[in-house]
Design a protein around this ligand. Structure first.
Ligand code: AMP
Ligand code: MG
Length: 417
């Protein structure tokens, strides 16, 4: 099994002197620096579903492999001119998988069933519904074009044609195509394993009694489930308090276990922001101040060779940063290439003014052909994440959006969520 080279320690470095990095610049940096890090393996078709293809796949044989009939009927040499025709039948028949070995002489016809290879001397087929047959001969009306109701060899796929491209995520239909063209197994990449770690003294586990001032860890269940939906391996690295040593140990263990770590909380530059402090100590951390709402600081770094995405603690910001930054980055590391989420221009059902100099994502959904946004933009409003069915993306420039202006709506499904 081959393992690609690890990422460089400085892979998250931003150009020096940048104050607030525009979203597109941050994305370009990730896109340029990151490379696939998952190992390659070969899997039988039934286990390859959902995997990223490690290489182009070429057809081993054409589809269909031989010229054959698309219908049940009678085969002969075409074309057949206009007017009535009577052709004597040869003895025997051609059926799918049971070839007729002889040759059908000119002026004769043969009984032939769907999928049967065309016998020598046959290139044209008439539907059985369109003939009368007395057992010894068939009568029908022309005209019939040469090749009617027949499939040419390779008309679907030629031998050696690329049927599936490197980086594609294998679908059920791809398995049909691979099987039909002679494959029993596919070259794929191992699943990118992503660890999820929550940080903060205030957090307690869902279902446990919560003391005064404590809140339930909402990010971990969300992020673990999201990663699974996106086709990554989701590994629960648990929850640690605001304790640098505990966090260090957990990151050490995580780095051995997974390919990428997502943390939430503690990513800013404050006293209790231990994720960013530790990554800074490790000498391979970048505080990304991205011109993004909701978002704020994102701490990107390498911990013992493992990339760490230090997401903001607020669930809304944590989700938006995962969808906008972590997802395409993880897709690249998984070997699937860079995925731009598919957005759609939809008339706004709201009014909003925004400042220049930062990108904004609003929790949104479509009702009655217009996009409505959640009443509050507060990044602690988890109910709005659940209310929404996607995000509205507002560009970096100043804007005044009025009802019925077209805005870019990105459904959650475009993020595989
Ligand atoms: P921090 O980024 O650590 O400053 O956290 C920002 C806000 O998000 C604070 O109000 C935290 O209590 C909250 N927060 C942090 N982590 C989580 C979490 N896992 N679930 C819910 N809220 C969180
Ligand atoms: Mg915190």
């Amino acid at each position: 099994m081959i393992k690609p080279p690890p990422l460089r320690n400085d892979c998250f470095a931003l150009p020096a002197g940048t104050h607030w990095t525009p979203v597109d610049e941050a994305l370009t940096t990730l896109r340029d620096r990151l490379t696939p890090i998952t190992a390659l393996e070969t899997l039988p078709l039934d286990q390859a579903i959902g995997r990223v293809l490690a290489d182009d796949v070429l057809a081993k044989r054409p589809n269909p492999p031989l010229p054959n009939t698309a219908v049940d009927g009678y085969g002969f040499a075409g074309p057949i001119p206009e007017g009535p025709h009577v052709l004597p039948l040869v003895t025997g028949r051609a059926a799918a998988g049971i070839a007729f070995e002889g040759e059908v002489p000119a002026g004769f016809a043969i009984r032939i069933l769907t999928g049967a290879a065309l016998p020598r001397g046959v290139d044209t087929v008439i539907l059985e519904e369109d003939v009368t047959c007395d057992g010894g001969q068939v009568a029908f009306h022309g005209p019939l074009k040469k090749g009617a109701n027949a499939r040419r060899a390779g008309e679907d796929v030629l031998a050696s044609q690329v049927i599936l491209s490197k980086g594609r995520v294998v679908t059920p239909a791809d398995l049909a195509l691979a099987a039909a063209t002679g494959h029993a197994e596919l070259p794929v990449r191992q699943v990118l394993q992503v660890g999820v770690l929550s940080t903060g003294d205030e957090l307690v586990e869902a279902g446990e009694p919560a003391g005064r001032g404590q809140i339930y860890d909402a990010n971990r269940p969300m992020l673990l489930a999201l990663l699974r939906q996106m086709g990554f391996g989701a590994v629960d690295l648990g929850r640690v308090g605001d304790d640098r040593e505990a966090l260090r140990k957990r990151l050490d263990r995580g780095a051995e276990q997974v390919d990428v770590i997502l943390t939430s909380g503690g990513a800013s530059a404050g006293d209790e922001d231990h994720v960013s402090a530790l990554l800074r100590q490790a000498g391979a951390m970048q505080q990304w101040r991205i011109a993004l709402k909701p978002g704020r600081p994102l701490a990107l770094g390498m911990w013992q060779g493992t990339p760490v995405f230090g997401l903001p603690g607020n669930p809304v910001a944590a989700l938006v940063c995962t969808l906008i930054f972590a997802r395409p980055a993880m897709g690249l590391m998984a070997g699937a290439g860079w995925a731009e989420p598919q957005g759609f221009l939809v008339p706004a059902g709201f009014e909003k003014r925004k400042k220049s100099g930062r990108r904004e994502y609003l929790r949104a959904r479509i009702r009655g052909g217009r996009v409505e946004v959640f009443a509050s933009e507060g990044s602690g409003r988890i109910s709005g994440l659940s209310w929404a069915e996607g995000l509205v993306e507002l560009g970096d420039a100043e804007a005044h959006i009025r009802p019925n202006d077209l805005v870019r709506f990105i459904p959650y499904s475009s993020f595989a969520m």
